[in-house]
Design a protein. Structure first.
Length: 147
């Protein structure tokens, strides 16, 4: 399988050895990059569960790095089943309807599990998240909130 960046937008363009083509607008893909190996049939197993959803076929790919931080390694192969994804960003109104209908609670609304953070000050294990904004110029990188 070979790949190239889709002209004019971020996306994948796969050409299989048998000549079949597959394109996706999910994420960047650059010529010469190691591409995922798509498994089996590219067609969805059933109709979409909701309108405006697209099928993303399963595949195998390498994840991790041996070039940066130790916790990113080792590089290893993983397999992912195919899944359905909205073909557009979800709006706040759509997410609000989803939460109301399902009772979903985001990770940011859940207190971290103290067992996963041994030695952490329990007063700091509270729900929350950070929102990043573009800065007008350089910032102090010693303050993690500027990252």
């Amino acid at each position: 399988m070979t790949g190239a960046r889709v002209p004019g937008r971020a996306g994948f363009a796969y050409t299989f050895l048998d000549g079949r083509d597959f394109t996706s607008s999910l994420g960047p893909c650059y010529e010469g990059e190691t591409l995922p190996t798509l498994m089996g049939d590219l067609s969805p197993p059933r109709p979409p569960p909701a309108k405006d959803m697209v099928w993303v076929p399963g595949g195998e790919f390498l994840v991790g790095s041996s070039e940066f931080y130790p916790e990113e390694g080792p590089v290893h192969r993983v397999a992912v089943d195919g899944f359905w994804m909205d073909d557009h960003p979800v709006t706040n109104a759509e997410f609000r309807r989803f939460v109301k209908a399902t009772g979903y609670v985001t990770t940011a609304e859940q207190a971290p599990d103290a067992e996963q953070y041994p030695g952490a000050d329990p007063n700091l294990l509270v729900p929350g998240s950070l929102v990043f904004h573009m800065t007008p110029g350089p910032v102090d990188l010693n303050d993690y909130r500027n990252w």
